[in-house]
Design a binder for this molecule. Structure first.
Ligand SMILES: NC(=O)c1ccc[n+]([C@@H]2O[C@H](COP(=O)([O-])OP(=O)(O)OC[C@H]3O[C@@H](n4cnc5c(N)ncnc54)[C@H](O)[C@@H]3O)[C@@H](O)[C@H]2O)c1
Ligand SMILES: [Fe+2]
Length: 383
């Protein structure tokens, strides 16, 4: 008997140039003063200029908070909240990659002052209403525009999450023109992150459901079919649109059928060594999938039909071919393929493995039980 719930962002606008017309959504939400949360890279890429012109023409004052850092630490969120209070914002726009969107989500939640960040980590710890919130992704991407999750780096190098339905925005605006200038290495890393979302949602041990399955399959079809094109010919708007949509669909899938060991092992790499989220995922993707084959081969074989339609052989062989194919993407797209390429050595393995074991929320979704020895072995395999 099927028993499930499916939640996503209530309104998703997909249109070239839509970011220049954000004032429409702001007015729709009855707001008058905007805090726009972004980072220096997005500003340097010139992406904000037409957006700010659009707000100016509509007579809506905007304060830009441009200090988000990758894998945002708590201090960044608190500074954005201060900025929001300072300008009496009644609407938050998150504009950028997952780091900016995650920071914006928490800012919208905390700006009214009813709750304290340190007390809302975990699942459904936040009870307050947030400010109206619009999310505009410029990477393709984390899918954060359709997830009820914000990831925060806490302390010396741990990633913590706030999970709450109020973190889903009022509007997600997907404007592929914003991603035309995304450098190839960020296109590759964020695209692989999206693929991992689709694969892990499809094989999740908890909450896997027919709706997330459809989304994961279609996401993977779009992402695999367009990643190389988007990396090698960044100006190809159709490839960019397909990547942005694929990332969003993968986000919808994993928001309802959560990610697993690839993310659990990637988190400590990102948090301790400041390796971009997509690169951290790409580093461990192949070995984690090969480890999972024992349990996940039937599902991987189904995904192989989408990614490698010509592949033949037994179910296990087709599943193995998918693991090898996805594991090889990082090298093909000139991303780091070994931990030593990102400054990680043998002496770091124990700390990484212990940190990964703390991510039981994610490991519990993995199709095959993963123990400390397994985690160490996987890190050693990619050393
Ligand atoms: N909330 C979620 O559901 C969720 C899911 C997965 C990952 N995450 C989090 O998202 C973060 C990673 O996000 P990300 O991978 O999108 O990267 P990011 O937001 O950290 O951005 C990476 C870099 O890309 C630049 N950039 C972004 N868009 C650009 C554009 N169009 N043109 C030129 N440069 C551009 C940024 O300036 C930045 O330097 C991590 O903190 C991760 O934990 C969140
Ligand atoms: Fe991710």
């Amino acid at each position: 008997m099927l028993s499930m719930a499916f939640n996503t962002t209530r309104s998703i606008i997909i249109e070239r140039g839509a970011a220049t017309r954000l004032a429409t959504q702001v007015l729709n939400l009855g707001a008058r003063s905007v805090l726009l949360v972004t980072d220096a890279g997005v500003i340097a890429a010139g992406l904000l200029d037409p957006v700010l012109r659009g707000f100016a023409m509509a007579g809506i004052p905007v304060r830009v908070f441009g200090e988000v850092q990758a894998d945002p630490p708590e201090s960044v969120i608190l500074a954005a909240v201060e900025a929001g209070r300072d300008c009496n914002a009644d609407c938050v726009v998150g504009f950028g990659g997952g780091s900016s969107l995650d920071a914006a989500k928490l800012t919208a939640l905390l700006v009214r002052g009813g709750e304290v960040l340190a007390q809302i980590y975990g699942i459904n710890q936040s009870k307050e209403a947030r400010l109206p919130l619009i999310l505009v992704p410029t990477t393709a991407g984390t899918g954060s525009e359709v997830t009820a999750v914000s990831v925060v780096t806490t302390g010396a190098g741990e990633k913590n999450v706030v999970i709450s339905p109020t973190l889903l925005p009022d509007f997600a605006v997907l404007d592929a023109e914003l991603t035309l200038g995304l450098p190839a290495h960020i296109t590759a890393a964020t695209g692989i992150d999206s693929m991992v979302h689709a694969v892990e949602a499809f094989t999740s041990r908890n909450l896997k459901n027919p709706v997330s399955d459809c989304l994961a399959r279609e996401a993977l079809r779009l992402l695999c079919g367009n990643l190389h094109q988007a990396c090698h010919d960044g100006a190809n708007l159709v490839a960019r649109e397909n990547m942005l949509l694929g990332a969003c669909l993968a986000g919808m899938a994993f928001a309802n059928s959560p990610v697993a060991a690839v993310h659990a092992l990637a988190y400590p790499i990102g948090a301790r060594f400041h390796v971009p989220h997509g690169v951290s995922n790409a580093l461990v993707l192949g070995p984690v999938m090969r480890f999972n084959l024992e349990q996940a081969a039937p599902l991987y074989a189904q995904l192989a039909e989408i990614v490698l339609p010509k592949v033949t052989g037994s179910e296990h062989e087709r599943a193995r071919a998918l693991a090898d194919h996805l594991g090889a993407l990082a090298g093909e797209l000139k991303l780091p393929t070994r931990l030593r390429d990102v400054g990680i050595g043998e002496a770091d393995i124990e700390t990484l493995a212990e940190d990964a074991m703390k991510q039981q929320r994610l490991l519990g979704n993995n199709p095959r039980v993963m123990r400390l020895d397994d985690v160490r072995a996987i890190y050693r395999e990619v050393l």
